[in-house]
Design a protein around this ligand. Structure first.
Ligand code: HEM
Length: 451
């Protein structure tokens, strides 16, 4: 029987829900799932009602629902538009969304990403060589620097060291200044030069200037010089009507890739190491299998990391018309959210769900809509293959070159950090011993001129 009311949920004030989510999102969402079942409703300040779904069949209905009825772009725009701009693939819907997505998919898929393997390894090796031996340090800033450098060099194709240093500074500042205006929409007003919005706009404009300069430089280059960075591929791509991407479109997609691509992957890498150091048996097996040249277990480690610490806890779709889900008819305007973290902790899908056990992925767990760290349907993360490829290379480099131990015994808690859930102490580690660089024939040092 169809029910027209909303699924059950907590009755406390919206602000109390927001505070509980902020303080401990995992405990809050898993607690609601346990108490109210596979669909539950939560109110938050300045949002319409949010309905979470936490069961693979229901998740499938949302992800494979008509994109004209389930608007991801509109839902994302409520928080991301000021930073990403109106052409970003993340905030568009329907035809406009597919138009941008088609242009962006090829550079992030299949053979295209293999061109970046040596570059990623080189960036990881160089960073590992800066780690101090014997004193505790947080690993996350290092993985963040690696993933940002990968984007600047593989995606933007920046080669000059000074430009890379400048870009790092501008992206860091942009990330810091975006945080407040993304989280608190009521701060999006200019209230004098020191207000959060004014600071955010200055940081955004500075980064934009650099991006537009890079685009102009690239447009002015000899077209016969073949380059394989993503910006060059995007410059060559055309819409269905044959028109190229405009500078504004390119800017919005490049900022989207920075925003969606580097902090997420950096956090996932930090979690992988945090979990491995708390599970020495898993680390030992990984080391052995890598030494034997087998990457199947490495893949399982990455999947298990993204299951138990999914980085992004949920994704949203805004209903443009009523939709029937799980026996409820939800009205237009409702936000429906597949609760990634709750699906990943279901006992029926993952026995002993809190344990870190990569073997489960070798045994066939995590099929279909049971494993959704990258969302799904026509909105599935565009960088999913790229991120997993990058994680494989960086983790291999860390395991091969660094003998690490956790700086503290206790596991790190999950804490909100911009759009991700990150380790509370930034994955604090001690490097006991650094393994000397591999002796290898000269590797390519930059993505750019094709060999
Ligand atoms: C471990 C790393 C990453 C995680 C966990 C992650 C997760 C996600 C999630 C959950 C979504 C939303 C999907 C949905 O609404 O169904 C998404 C979208 C997206 N991601 Fe990622 N992501 C990661 C890395 C990357 C990277 C490296 C890039 C680019 C190089 C990237 C680019 C994007 C883009 C462009 C979208 C928007 C897709 C669309 O709306 O059509 N992500 N990602």
């Amino acid at each position: 029987m169809q029910r027209t009311e909303f699924p059950p949920g907590p009755r406390q004030p919206a602000l109390a829900n927001a505070l509980r989510l902020w303080r401990d999102p995992v405990r809050f969402l898993l607690g609601l799932h346990r108490r109210y079942g596979d669909m539950f409703t939560v109110n938050f300040p300045s949002f319409p009602r949010l309905v979470y779904v936490a069961e693979p069949e229901l998740v499938k209905q949302v992800f494979s629902g008509d994109p004209g009825r389930f608007h991801a772009g509109e839902a994302n725009a409520t928080v991301l538009e000021p930073a990403l701009g109106p052409n970003s693939v993340l905030i568009l819907d329907e035809r406009e969304h597919m138009r941008q997505r088609k242009l962006l998919l090829p550079p992030f898929h299949g053979e295209s990403i293999r061109a970046y393997g040596d570059l990623i390894r080189e960036i990881a090796d160089r960073d590992i060589e800066t780690w101090p031996v014997g004193s505790p340090f947080a690993l996350r800033p290092h993985t963040q620097r690696m993933t940002l450098d990968v984007i600047l060099r593989a995606v933007f194709g920046v080669r000059d060291a000074k430009r890379i240093a400048l870009a790092r500074r501008l992206v860091d500042e942009f990330g810091r200044r975006s945080h407040a205006v993304i989280l608190f929409p009521y701060l999006r007003r200019r209230l004098g030069p020191l207000s959060p919005m004014a600071r955010f706009e200055r940081a955004r404009d500075a980064l934009d200037r650099l991006i537009y300069e890079e685009i102009a430089k690239r447009r002015a280059e000899d077209p016969d010089v073949e380059r394989s960075d993503v910006l060059s591929l995007m410059l060559r791509a055309t819409h269905e009507d044959g028109s190229p991407m405009s500078d504004q479109e390119l800017r919005d997609e490049l900022v989207t890739v920075i925003g969606a691509g580097h902090e997420t992957t950096a956090t996932a890498l930090a979690w992988a190491v945090e979990r491995l150091l708390r599970n020495p048996g898993v680390l030992e097996r990984l080391r052995t299998e890598l030494a034997d040249g087998d990457e199947e277990y490495l893949d399982a480690v990455i999947k298990e990391t993204l299951r138990v610490r999914p980085v992004i806890t949920d994704v949203a779709r805004k209903l443009t018309a009523p939709a029937e889900i799980g026996g409820y008819t939800l009205p237009a305007g409702t936000f429906v959210l597949p609760a990634i973290i709750a699906v990943h902790h279901r006992e029926d899908l993952y026995p002993r769900p809190f344990e870190f056990r990569p073997e489960r992925f070798l045994e066939g767990q995590g099929e279909g809509y049971a494993w959704i760290p990258f969302g799904g349907g026509v909105r599935r993360c565009l960088g999913a293959s790229f991120a997993q490829y990058e994680m494989r290379i960086v983790l291999r480099a860390i395991v091969e070159r660094a003998q690490l131990r956790a700086a503290d015994q206790a596991s790190e808690a999950l804490r909100p950090r911009n759009i991700t859930l990150a380790p509370s102490r930034g994955t604090r580690v001690i490097l006991e011993r650094a393994v000397l660089p591999r002796v290898e024939p000269a590797r390519a040092t930059a993505v750019g001129a094709a060999s």
